[in-house]
Write a protein that binds this ligand. Structure first.
Ligand code: FPP
Length: 249
């Protein structure tokens, strides 16, 4: 029986977040320029979206470009920007027909105008779709997001200072980019790096973390299913004891 057939369809995570790492090393191994690695990475992203759709995952967040990535050489930044717009525009023609919705998280104001408008168009066109939601983290940094949330709360409470003691975790989460999105149950990082790299720091508080040596362009259906299988065999305790979890089943 294939790994996919062994998955428990009743325990598919609702939201999977992915740090797609290793495009550059994949290209270097083949003696190719880094941008070819990113192009292969874009194909792997499309494949991951299709698998997520098929497995019934409701949200998949892909870390496509971090705030820190703006510091890469101009040629790589420009190449990545055009790859991102072209792949999103092309791939979403089919995806929209299949009821997939696109959202982005990150500081859109830093994106080149054409990239921002092209992506906003796809977001608008797919807004009423109710199937899988694909969230692309673009010009995204978690600390930046958290500081912005603090700023908007400070503005709100400066007009009503007596409410500060009532501030809840939900009030804070409502000021994040992800206010309408449930937290990921599973975070996958490829390429053998064991870091979070400023990604969804608030939202992954209780996520299961899955690391694989596989470079992102090689992350295929089998690899995705391995991650879900691993997730399904973990005990999620949320601070409780193992006995409490067993008793509540
Ligand atoms: C990390 O690999 C990957 C990126 C910074 C870019 C991710 C972009 C894509 C996968 C392409 C487009 C995606 C979509 C959603 C259409 P790296 O360059 O850091 O690799 P390295 O660590 O091996 O150098």
């Amino acid at each position: 029986m294939s790994l996919k057939e062994q998955l428990d369809r009743d325990r598919i995570p609702q939201h999977v977040a992915v740090i797609m790492d290793g495009n550059g090393r994949w290209a270097a191994k083949l003696g190719k320029p880094r941008l070819e690695g990113h192009a292969a990475g874009a194909k792997a992203a499309r494949r991951a979206v299709e698998i997520a759709h098929e497995l019934g995952i409701k949200y998949i967040t892909l870390y496509a470009f971090s705030i820190e990535n703006w510091n890469r050489p101009d040629s790589e930044v420009n190449g990545l920007m055009s790859l991102l717009t072209s792949s999103i525009a092309q791939q979403f023609v089919d995806l929209i027909k299949n009821n997939v919705r696109l959202l982005t998280i990150g500081d859109n104001s830093m994106l080149p105008d054409n990239v921002r408008t092209d992506i906003e168009n796809v977001v608008k066109k797919s807004a009423s779709n109710t199937g899988l939601t694909v969230i692309i983290a673009l010009s995204y940094g978690s600390r930046f997001e958290i500081v912005n949330a603090a700023k908007s709360l400070l503005k709100k409470y400066s007009q009503n200072p007596f409410d500060i003691d009532n501030l809840s975790e939900k009030d804070f989460a409502d000021c994040l980019y992800t206010s309408q999105i449930p937290d990921p149950e599973l975070l996958i990082r490829t390429s053998g790096e064991y870091r979070i790299s400023n990604f969804l720091l608030w939202q992954i508080s209780y996520s299961e973390l899955y690391f694989t040596e596989t470079l992102w362009p090689d992350f295929d259906e089998e690899e995705f299913c391995k991650a879900i299988y691993d997730f399904q065999h973990r005990e999620r305790r949320f601070g409780k004891t193992s006995e409490q979890i067993k008793d509540s089943k």
